[in-house]
Design a protein around this ligand. Structure first.
Ligand code: TMP
Length: 221
């Protein structure tokens, strides 16, 4: 297997990179699907990708990290998410931004800050340093946080729970608290109240995106 060396630098990008964040059941994937359908109808080119995953290696890492039958330590968990991220940034995000594209990411670094740095207690500063190594310093232009009470979010969940979803209720409450704190401390976070009917939340989301990036998300469209 060939290993590619990659020189990372955060300059020279002309596209737009927006990350979408939230706890379990906050509606991220549903809203992102609707958002992409809307962008398709409007003819706005974009790329929707998820983390962990989004690349061949990343999808394999996703299987390991989310498998409830594969026990791993918190440190291993962190490094697996960051391994997926290094691949994702270098292989997908950076090239797309250099082509001037719109990239919508279903989770990015704020997930690692909230889940591993704060809820798992690995430490925010250390997680930020390791994340910066994985990303080569590439930051999203904006982060949209879909905020929802952790217990309400978990009540919405359906299907087989993965390793993270199987964590106890207090862990998920800690994730929600972490997101709320990060929304205050991190730059460029847009918080959307994800409670309420799907259509209403989707309109809140579109309105916020339009206000920030009207070229890509035309107001009233
Ligand atoms: P998903 O089901 O929303 O795709 O997310 C996968 C799970 O991985 C979710 O429980 C959040 C978790 N996660 C982390 O703990 N750290 C991370 O850095 C990322 C990207 C996801």
């Amino acid at each position: 297997m060939e290993v590619e060396a990659h020189v990372t630098d955060a300059v020279g990008t002309s596209g737009l990179f927006i990350a979408f964040e939230g706890g379990e059941g906050a509606g991220k994937s549903t809203h992102l699907r609707r958002l992409t359908e809307r962008l398709d109808r409007l003819g706005v080119a974009h790329l929707l990708v998820r983390e962990p995953g989004g690349t061949p290696a990343g999808e394999r890492i996703r299987q390991i990290v989310l498998d409830p039958t594969t026990p791993i330590f918190a440190e291993t968990e962190l490094l697996l998410y960051l391994a997926s991220r290094a691949e994702f940034v270098n292989r997908v995000v950076r090239p797309a931004l250099e082509r001037g594209e719109l990239v919508l990411a279903d989770r990015f670094e704020m997930s690692t800050y909230a889940y591993q740095g704060l809820a798992r207690g690995l430490g925010l500063d250390r997680v930020k340093d390791l994340n910066a190594f994985a990303t080569g310093g590439l930051k999203p232009d904006g982060t949209v946080l879909l905020a929802l009470d952790a217990d309400v979010g978990r009540g919405r969940q359906r299907g087989q729970a993965d390793r993270l979803e199987q964590e106890h209720a207090e862990f998920h409450r800690a994730v929600a608290r972490a997101y709320a704190a990060l929304a205050e401390s991190e730059p460029g976070v847009i918080t959307i109240d994800s409670d309420g009917p799907l259509e209403e939340v989707q309109e809140r989301l579109w309105t916020a995106l339009s206000a920030n990036w009207p070229d890509r998300f035309p107001p009233g469209a």
